[in-house]
Design a protein around this ligand. Structure first.
Ligand SMILES: Cc1cc2nc3c(=O)[nH]c(=O)nc-3n(C[C@H](O)[C@H](O)[C@H](O)COP(=O)(O)OP(=O)(O)OC[C@H]3O[C@@H](n4cnc5c(N)ncnc54)[C@H](O)[C@@H]3O)c2cc1C
Length: 398
């Protein structure tokens, strides 16, 4: 939508081909229906939140930085507000208002939007893209074609990976789609027993061997399949291309205390309430459902009185409190992922224009590019800024 708006504003005649009966089906479900439309951070912070190929976005982010998108949305009748973590939402808190603003602008500019128009193939002549052919045979000839078919998650929204085959056949490198920003599965019974338990202010660390891949403090959630919640989604972005058995997730349940401090706290609790059962005593430290399980996870009898705890057992409790390992079985499915890792190799695309380096007149933008980021409005902004750059470059005939 933004690619079409940018191209039209540069004076091109634009036709937008959408396979669905309406625009923005995925936008509609973003941010739990509120659409976290961008992130109002500075460009450096933005790039730090991009997990795959951040440097590719340099030009697109300078052409349409978050502030410019916010202004554009306001101008198109969708005022926005900034929340915790610089997350930007439409002030109405309705994702549909973002799409409505784009639709109004498309209409105002006279962009032709054709619904139920599923592109089957791109049309080329030599090394130039000259149009697109729909399922059913209708063809559209054009000086430039911008492919923004999205990733391969939440297929019911329309992004089913159609572009993969087209670009591959035209000689581009396509990285296979993988789930990112997705829950992590665990086969451990104790993890499933904790289903529904949310932990706040814990540190989650993802490691591969001795290498720390991700570590942050925040919230997570135990679910019927394993773990989810903000920390887990972010961690999944660093595990997307790895073998689950090679990575480990551990939880520091008391990130504000060092191991020594946690040990002293336990000793103090034992001194004060030594006659309590261990699992009852631990309720002072952890949510009760976790406190019930903690002793067994440390190989200690939770029914023994706290006074009977040996030093070695106490140290095991400390060790697990500072690094409770969650056995991982894998990532949840691609279709459930908030974003798809993989897509067109950025090496095949000119970052200053979004034009293919292999086929002239062919532009690519959005999640179809092998670029993805953490949660916080970054992924939509990637789609917006690359779309905007592709649209204006295509119109200028770059
Ligand atoms: C549940 C959920 C919540 C999310 N929340 C956020 C959030 O709050 N903030 C954020 O930044 N990101 C969020 N994201 C990610 C974000 O929605 C995507 O990264 C973004 O929508 C990608 O935009 P896109 O235009 O590249 O692709 P899409 O939004 O997937 O759009 C692709 C379009 O192409 C059309 N299409 C596909 N194939 C064809 C074809 N052959 N012919 C014609 N049309 C075709 C599709 O119908 C669709 O309209 C969320 C994702 C999900 C799944």
């Amino acid at each position: 939508m933004l690619a079409a708006i940018a191209a039209r504003r540069e004076g091109a005649n634009v036709t937008l081909l959408e396979r669905n009966e309406k625009l923005g089906k995925k936008v509609y479900i973003t941010g739990k229906g509120r659409c976290n439309v961008t992130n109002a951070c500075d460009p450096d912070a933005f790039q730090r939140n991009v997990v795959k190929n951040p440097r590719f976005l340099f030009s697109a982010l300078s052409v349409l930085p978050p502030k410019a998108l916010m202004d554009l949305l306001e101008e198109m009748g969708c005022p926005v507000m900034v929340e915790r973590g610089d997350r930007v939402f439409p002030r109405s808190e309705r994702a549909s208002d973002v799409t409505r603003a784009f639709e109004n602008e498309l209409r105002r500019l006279g962009v032709r939007v054709i619904y139920n128009a599923r592109v089957k193939n791109l049309l080329t002549q030599g090394e130039r893209c000259i149009g697109a052919e729909l399922m059913g045979g209708r063809s559209f000839m054009a000086d430039a074609v911008i492919v923004c078919t999205g990733g391969q998650s939440y297929v019911s929204t329309g992004s089913s990976g159609d572009g993969w085959k087209w670009l591959e056949e035209l000689g581009h490198t396509l990285y296979p789609p993988r789930p990112s920003l997705v829950g992590l599965m665990s086969g451990a019974d104790w993890v499933k027993e904790l289903q529904g338990l949310a932990l706040k202010n814990v540190r989650l660390t993802l490691t591969r061997g001795k290498k720390k891949l991700y570590s942050d403090i925040g919230e997570m959630l135990f679910t019927h399949f394993g773990v989810s919640g903000p920390l887990v989604l972010s961690a999944s972005a660093y595990a997307a291309e790895l073998v689950p058995s090679e990575v480990t997730i551990s939880l520091d349940l008391k990130p504000g205390l060092s191991s020594e401090q946690l040990d002293r706290r336990l000793q103090r609790d034992i001194d004060e309430s030594g006659k309590k059962m261990l699992r009852t005593l631990l309720c002072g430290l952890y949510p009760s459902r976790l406190a019930e399980l903690m002793p067994a996870l440390c190989g200690v009898d939770g029914n023994k009185t706290a006074n009977d705890l040996t030093r070695e057992e106490r140290l095991r409790l400390v060790e697990n409190g500072k690094g409770l390992v969650i056995p991982l079985a894998g990532l949840c499915s691609l279709n459930e992922a908030i974003v798809t890792r993989g897509g067109v190799s950025v090496k095949d695309i000119n970052p200053a224009t979004m034009e293919s380096k292999r086929i002239s007149g062919l532009y690519v933008a959005g999640e179809f590019l092998d670029v993805d980021a953490l949660t916080g409005g970054f992924n939509l902004h990637i789609a917006f800024c690359t779309g905007y750059l592709a649209g204006s470059s295509a119109a200028k005939g770059n």
